[in-house]
Design a protein. Structure first.
Length: 236
């Protein structure tokens, strides 16, 4: 379905790529940009899982925030720890910092930029980019999902979310438990040796316990939290 008047989709959400420049002339909406990755997510989830989740949460939140516009996702991240798996593409932290800084610098027509981060490996780049842009007097903010008792990677949490967002992309016949030790116990090896040395399948957690009901409970909670952040931050 094509976007409606002014580049709005059927929910009234404004999508930046669908607009023309005159739609923004004289306005200063908040720009919301999902940031994901293209990296292995086990044998059952697609490589763009982080981007899909970040985009889904951002889109649902923007649809509820009339002064926000959804920007295109940054679909490559810092994923070096997954580099031993075919299909993973990573631009690294330094390149990601440069991309994010330049994006914010180019967004002066907006009241600010909020990055919706779907990949933990992007955290250092986002933190550095925010420091640089804030020192320059620009407004930028990062929101990352917080899931109490969630597992780390391609396990129950992410699999449940994708079952709620797009069940057709989950390969149910390939579900299998991965390394289930707490992330705190694995971090040193993950940093030094990469994910494959810790989990041959690339899974950190147990996706066999995932179900659509869990995803449908979690997704609105994440969206509500992001809406709250967008509302408060836009008024700051």
């Amino acid at each position: 379905m094509p976007p409606g008047p002014g580049g709005c989709d059927d929910d009234g959400m404004e999508v930046l790529g669908d607009l023309v420049w005159t739609d923004l002339d004289g306005r200063r909406p908040l720009l919301v940009v999902p940031v994901g990755s293209l990296e292995q997510h086990g044998p059952h989830l697609p490589l763009d899982t982080d981007t899909r989740i970040a985009t889904a949460v951002a889109a649902r939140a923007v649809a509820r925030c009339p002064d926000c516009v959804l920007g295109p996702a940054v679909a490559f991240g810092a994923s070096g720890e997954h580099g031993d798996f075919p299909g993973t593409l990573s631009i690294g932290t330094d390149a990601l910092v440069t991309m994010l800084v330049e994006l914010v610098r180019s967004a002066d027509a907006f009241t600010g930029v909020v990055f919706v981060n779907g990949h933990g490996g992007n955290t250092d780049a986002l933190r550095t980019a925010l420091d640089v842009t804030r020192d320059e007097g620009r407004r930028a903010h990062v929101w990352s999902p917080t899931v109490t008792d969630g597992d780390a990677h391609a396990g129950h949490t992410e699999t449940s979310l994708l079952l709620a967002i797009d069940p057709s992309c989950v390969r149910i016949d390939a579900l299998g438990p991965g390394e289930t030790a707490p992330l705190s116990e694995l971090l040193d090896r993950l940093r030094d040796e990469g994910v494959r040395a810790v989990s041959p399948t690339g899974v950190l957690g147990d996706p066999t316990t995932a179900d659509v009901e869990a995803g449908e409970r979690l997704l609105p909670m994440l969206v509500d939290d992001l809406v709250d952040h967008l509302t408060r931050w836009s008024r700051a």
